[in-house]
Design a protein around this ligand. Sequence first.
Ligand code: TRP
Length: 374
Amino acid sequence: MGEEFTVNPYEVKGVVDYDRLIKHFGVEKISSDLLKRLQKYTKLLHPMLRRKVFFAHRDFSWILDEYDKGNKFFLYTGRAPSGSMHIGHALPMLFTKWLQDVFNCDLWLQIDDEEKFLLKPEMTFEQSQEFLQDNLVDIVALGFNPKKTHILIDTQHAGLMYKEACKVAKKLTFSMVRSSFGFTEQTNVGSLFYTSMQAVPAFLPSVIAKKEIPCLIPHAIDQDPHFRLTRDILPKLGHYKPASIQCSFLPPLTGAEGKMSSSSGEQAILLTDTPEAVKKKINKYAFSGGKDTLEEHRKLGGNPDIDVSFQYLKYLFEEDDKKLAKIEGDYRSGKLLSGELKAIAIEKINSFLKEHQKKREKAKKEVGKFIYNP
Ligand code: TRP
């Protein structure tokens, strides 16, 4: 993919050119016609659709065609425990919750608690199990429908999943995974197998129901290689190809390159951060699109497109389009200063986190209700 950027499930590097990525991956841009069609099911489109945070898809129109015929789909998303969850992880999950509410559908949520163990040399199994418990609380706290959400934990639901994964693995060759993920002859065989597990929730509900149910997968674009392979293989096993919808990456605090990552805690805003920590992180690290001096800023204005605090408001924390447009306009004109913009972002992020952390306490007792129990 050119030298300047890399996007795959195991590496996101450089400044991502999303238009080139669309072509390279072969996903489709979400068109205004598709958005109009979606509006028939919901009065207001989710801000992440209005703002093109979710920007691409595969076969989403087919999902709606089937839905219109009375063939309702289920949702599938997931999380590999690799550390504490941050606001970037919440992004596709919150959108998934919205889809679940709008279409009142089942959600299958995979916790692939073996993936990071297999792929990250330094990760022990015990660590991934600790993160698993902690991440489950965050996920449940995001508010999914307890009656319609089924969590699959790879190592705990292995009895159910492994047989199906083997059927996928039999059709998946070394050369297919090598080119999709940048693997080499030195890559461990667990990593080579892993995509077979991530494919399973896309058709397991159909196996359980003994009838084919369409599947829609909301995910960040880096996961697409798994699902491209899944789509190649499932028809060979007599299943539908899963449809998918992709979002771009929440920028890391330092700016436009790569994505927010929890491996360096200081560079990500965790869902469990205190108000003081958020304030410090934004003030100290959040890349600013403002000018160097007050006079210059007043005269020339700031650039919200590269300003991380503004991007966080746009991606997640200011749902009101009018308010967001006012902030954007004031910042561009120089009326709003960098420090003032940061203060708005800090306030918004902290009020979201305060609510989330309250829900987190309640969620601790509710996790059990969400784990799939055949
Ligand atoms: N592998 C993903 C990760 O690293 C987690 C995941 C599993 C997932 N199944 C998924 C993400 C389906 C989106 C959709 O975090």
